[in-house]
Design a protein around this ligand. Structure first.
Ligand code: PGA
Length: 251
């Protein structure tokens, strides 16, 4: 069965509610009925409800940028998976490199967050990626292998099959420097092979693997033409309706 492409906008720490409503309304008008690609918007927590209302009745799905692993509790400043379900989320980004870098997230906490997401019916978008220093010292394969094994270990294979992995080379995020299609395909193929070994070839065949890192209307097509690239996680270019809509309509 062919994997349906999935393109998600990661708005990061941008947009007030009014700005978020304007962007979501514009996207609902431009790609709200588009069927060829699954579209996901991941605004900051404060705009989830606003964006959810703007995309209601369209084919666009709502996602959050992070969650805690507990269902509730004394974790000041955190948001639990049931709260994301309550506000209408279908997806949640987990382990973004900015979370790993600035908020000390590890493969272990990412694994716990994925389990928590599954418990509540959320689909995690699990992020992995090497730094520039790791790539330049020839450690990309080792780093990705360690991250995939750590993040996915012990997870139920039926849930993993429905999940999304985002390969985001840290050196390509927000830098304007995209991985070449060959560099991206090489790592995507590695990730799919690892998933086949850890779970099964069927799970590897089903799981969707997004590329992220300076995706733009100009480079989405060649990236999507690679056999193991099933979508994109888009930061900067998702903050403006025309550029994100043309990424979604890359075909
Ligand atoms: P970028 O960010 O598209 O701005 O490089 C991608 C991401 O961090 O998800």
């Amino acid at each position: 069965m062919a994997r349906k492409p999935i393109i998600a906008g990661n708005w990061k720490m941008h947009k007030t509610r009014q700005q978020a409503a304007d962007l979501a309304n514009a996207l609902a008008a431009q790609v709200g009925t588009y069927e060829a690609v699954e579209v996901v918007l991941c605004p900051p927590y404060t705009a989830l409800e606003t964006v959810g209302a703007a995309i209601r009745g369209t084919r666009i799905a709502l996602g959050a940028q992070n969650c805690h692993w507990a269902d509730s509790g004394a974790y000041t400043g955190e948001i639990a998976p049931p709260m994301l379900v309550d506000v209408g989320c279908k997806y949640v980004i987990i382990g973004h490199s900015e979370r790993r870098q600035y908020f000390a997230e590890t493969d272990e906490t990412i694994n716990k967050k994925a389990q928590a997401a599954y418990r509540h019916g959320l689909i995690p978008i699990i992020c992995v990626g090497e730094t520039l220093e790791e790539r330049q010292s020839g450690r990309t394969e080792d780093v990705i292998t360690t991250q995939i094994k750590g993040c996915l270990s012990g997870l139920p294979s039926d849930k993993v099959a429905q999940s999304v992995i985002a390969y985001e080379p840290v050196w390509a995020i927000g830098t304007g420097q995209t991985a070449t299609k060959e560099q991206a395909q090489e790592v995507h193929a590695l990730i799919r092979k690892l998933v086949a070994e850890m779970f099964s070839p069927e799970v590897a065949e089903q799981i969707r693997i997004q590329y992220g890192g300076s995706v733009k209307p100009q480079n989405i097509r060649e990236l999507m033409a690679q056999p193991d690239i099933d979508g994109a996680l888009v930061g900067g270019a998702s903050l403006e309706a025309d550029s994100f809509a043309s990424i979604v309509r890359y075909e």
